[in-house]
Write a protein that binds this ligand. Structure first.
Ligand code: GLN
Length: 573
């Protein structure tokens, strides 16, 4: 332990070294990797970090990822997916950024609230402490209190997870006002923990304007300069670019940043994010990180190799699939593909396991609703239809009209959350004869409220935090398709994010007309999976099966759905 850290740890709250430490913190026990973005956001910082985590995990290290987001929302729950991408729900119900989904998928772990921090959450914590008098009369300042809180958050994760490495992704780009003090906290962390315990990585972007036809490094240089001027010397620079980054550009970056040429990495675009880990493996980045952090090998080369072999079996199938299937994605955010990130991944996982490329036909249900697109037209050339989750009225009549056709034409169907609710409304209207069946979310005064708000949620008001969230148990009914798909397990666990549910008053009628509720709450009459027997595949789930899907372990509902779509051969007709 450095003398400085000893000092920091033992000084009182009055000292300028103020920095709170969690109980049981052992300096040096956990190493830190910090990933920053420069130039622009959206270049796959999370994917790079997740891939690096995977490389290290396959070397036998335990990794705890954590993402910082600069916005003042306490979590991602109230964010519009159209602006921000999908809200990823963790097991404990935390509504987080979609990068946490990337980490779960790459590292095959379940994350919690401890792996996600926003400025909103941070400030809330600080203001609570201030009110409780925890700062003992001191003026509460950005430095050392806000920075101290960030370091505390990271160190708490180190203690709680007992991981070898905490992998910290700083959201946004260096220079953003809202992440400035987070970067300062990292600088302090590097100073306190010592050089061999923190590895800093800058992910940057090399431009290649079409009219020039060559790569340009100036923007990247400026971005890295900005990081350097914050007092952070990166150890590794990952250069994202459309094409392979040239040696000349890498040399320039190296010269301007004091980073050895071999640690200036070229990370060009690839067809699937699942190709990234193998690509960056070739750069030797994991070995560079280990050298910097003075970490020795944990497992044999042979063991590591066998893990990669298993992984590349699946990525190979993504690269060279034998079959092709077209899935119609019915939603209202189809302009922003990130809104459905986990669904697309879950389809990809199912596809890879079936040696099949899953192509997506995007269908904007508001177009159907407004008469701009005919249902028959929308459904042409698809093998299966996925009705996406959603909120609010817009696009719902388009979804319901599509489901009617999907059901009648026996097109494989998977309804996720709102998608299942839409199928129930359609069935109630067209099979049970309840013409004005609807959800109270769409029409609060409709006569047949087949989808209604959960009694337990009625008590809670206001936006934010009033949904049924997180992983819950689902009791699966014997003899159903869901039961077979889940490997004849009686009890499964899936993740939820909803307010409304099937109105229990209508369950007997729906069941009488042939709808099977194959999954329900273990105690209450909350319906969680529905299916129509006799169809190729007609399944809806109140939960989001995509949140638990992994490349090597696809979610059973997605697997069954893609298999049925493949078997239907409809797109070839
Ligand atoms: N709007 C619906 C509800 O709140 C469905 C939510 C969803 O699709 N995630 O129950």
């Amino acid at each position: 332990m450095s003398d400085l850290l000893k000092d920091v740890m033992k000084r009182s709250i009055d000292s300028e070294f103020y920095s709170p430490f969690p109980k049981g913190y052992r300096p040096g026990r956990t190493k830190y990797i910090v990933v920053f973005g420069t130039v622009i956001s959206g270049i796959g910082k999370g994917i790079f970090a997740g891939s690096l985590g995977k490389l290290l995990r396959y070397k036998g290290f335990t990794i705890s990822p954590i993402k910082f987001d600069g916005y003042l929302n306490q979590d991602a729950g109230t964010l519009n997916p159209y602006r921000h991408g999908e809200v990823f729900v963790l097991e404990d119900g935390t509504e987080s950024d979609m990068d946490l989904g990337t980490y779960e998928r790459f590292l095959d772990i379940n994350l919690t609230k401890d792996n996600y921090i926003t400025n909103g959450k941070l400030f809330q914590e600080i203001l609570n402490k201030e009110r409780r008098g925890d700062y003992l009369g001191r003026d509460v300042q950005v430095i050392p209190h806000v920075t101290g809180e960030i370091k505390l958050f990271l160190r708490k994760l180190a203690v709680k997870s007992k991981s070898d490495i905490v992998l910290f992704e700083v959201g946004g780009t260096v220079g953003d006002l809202e992440s400035m003090f987070c970067i300062e906290a990292v600088r302090q962390l590097m100073y306190e923990e010592g050089k061999e315990n923190v590895c800093a990585i800058a992910v940057t972007y090399i431009m290649e304007p079409g009219f020039l036809g060559e790569q340009k490094s100036k923007a990247a240089q400026l971005g890295i300069k900005s990081l350097l001027s914050s007092g952070i010397q990166p150890d590794i620079i990952a250069c994202r670019a459309k094409n392979e980054v040239t040696e000349k550009i890498r040399q320039k970056i190296s010269l301007y940043s004091n980073v050895e040429l071999r640690d200036v990495l070229s990370i060009p675009d690839v067809g699937s994010i699942y190709f990234v880990p193998e690509m960056i493996r070739k750069t030797g980045v994991a070995e560079s990180v280990m050298k910097k952090l003075k970490l020795g090998s944990r497992i044999s080369k042979k063991e590591e190799e066998s893990k990669w072999q298993k992984w590349s079996k699946f990525t190979g199938r993504i690269k060279n699939p034998k079959n092709r299937v077209v899935i119609g994605m019915f939603g209202k955010y189809t302009n922003l593909r990130d809104s459905y990130a986990s669904i697309l991944k879950a389809l990809e996982h199912a596809g890879a396991n079936l040696d099949t490329a899953v192509e997506i036909k995007w269908i904007e249900t508001t177009d159907i609703e407004e008469g701009k697109l005919k249902v028959e037209e929308a459904l042409k050339g698809i093998d299966g239809a996925l009705i996406a989750p959603g909120f609010g009225k817009r696009g719902t009549e388009g979804k319901i009209a599509s489901i009617k056709y999907i059901r009648q034409k026996n097109i494989p169907y998977l309804g996720v959350c709102y998608g299942m609710q839409m199928a129930i409304i359609e069935f109630a209207r067209n099979v049970c004869g309840l013409k004005d069946a609807n959800s109270t979310e769409i029409d609060s005064r409709t006569r047949h409220q087949v989808i209604d708000i959960l009694p337990e949620q009625k008590k809670i008001e206001g936006l934010g935090g009033n949904m049924r969230l997180g992983a819950k148990e689902v009791l699966v009914k014997k003899g159903t398709m869901a039961y077979e798909l889940y490997g004849r397990k009686k009890m499964i666990k899936e993740r939820f994010r909803h307010r409304y549910e099937v109105n229990p008053e209508y369950i007997p009628l729906l069941a009488k007309k042939g709808m099977v509720f194959s999954g329900k709450h273990p105690e209450y009459d909350i319906m969680q999976i529905m299916e129509l027997p006799g169809k190729r595949f007609f399944v809806g789930s109140q939960f989001h099966p995509e949140f638990t899907s992994k490349l090597l372990h696809p979610n059973p509902l997605y697997l069954g759905f893609v298999r049925a779509a493949l078997g239907s051969g409809l797109s070839k007709l």
